[in-house]
Design a protein around this ligand. Structure first.
Ligand code: AP5
Length: 184
């Protein structure tokens, strides 16, 4: 069966961790817009140079820099047998774009999984990880941006009856089990 999942949830909730587990298990691509953008900044590509200041400030990168990238990535050969999106869509405009793109490709997302945990847990996890955008002020800004722009995406998938909320404040293997149960 073709599997197509979207991971939503605040920074530090474990989207990347859980998406990787499932992608390995199902042998489908784990498409993380954050990873793609971080690689672009590392390689100093024109895209990377444009997005660096947004990322280091904890702001979303402008939609026009992300949408074409997703359009191209979902049309690559390996994405035919399914995909897991991690960090996209990040606002309602991106969610609407994705719906239209998937209709064009004769695909649909099976579920949007919102992984959730309290803010103090998220901040603690990220400060211990230490990525470039994990300084405390930036983490707080990322959480605020999540509440303002990304949390409404949950309502979008709820309206489409595709939302599954999973408590991410448990050991990783327990969270994996809860996700498997939610989408069974
Ligand atoms: P992105 O890379 O998507 O970052 P994020 O959403 O802030 O998420 P994180 O990677 O911090 O957390 P996660 O939920 O994946 O948790 P993880 O598994 O890593 O985006 C970064 C930036 O890119 C954005 O700010 C924006 O600028 C830009 N961007 C990306 N996509 C965009 C888009 N679509 N539009 C516009 N801009 C975009 O885990 C975190 C830590 O917790 C790890 O150390 C992990 O080991 C640990 N951990 C995980 N699970 C558990 C657990 N169950 N128990 C204990 N520890 C755990």
């Amino acid at each position: 069966m073709i599997k197509r999942l979207i991971f939503l949830g605040p920074p530090g909730a474990g989207k990347g961790t859980q998406a990787k587990v499932l992608a390995d298990q199902w042998q489908i691509p784990h498409i993380s817009t954050g990873d793609i953008l971080r690689q672009a900044t590392k390689d100093k590509t024109p895209l990377g140079q444009k997005v660096e200041s947004f990322m280091s400030g904890g702001e979303l990168v402008p939609d026009d820099l992300i949408l074409d990238l997703i359009r191209e990535r979902l049309q690559e050969e390996d994405a035919r047998k399914g995909w897991i999106l991690d960090g996209f869509p990040r606002n309602v405009h991106q969610a609407e774009f994705l719906e239209e793109l998937l209709a064009e490709l004769h695909q649909h997302a099976d579920y949007a999984i919102s992984l959730e945990a309290p803010d103090d847990v998220l901040v603690d996890r990220l400060l211990h990880r230490g990525r470039n955008d994990d300084a405390e002020a930036t983490v707080r800004r990322r959480l605020q941006v999540y509440q303002e722009q990304t949390a409404p995406v949950k309502a979008f998938y709820q309206q489409h009856n595709r939302l599954k909320v999973v408590n991410g404040d448990r050991p990783p293997e327990v969270v994996s089990g809860a996700i498997a149960q939610a989408i069974a």
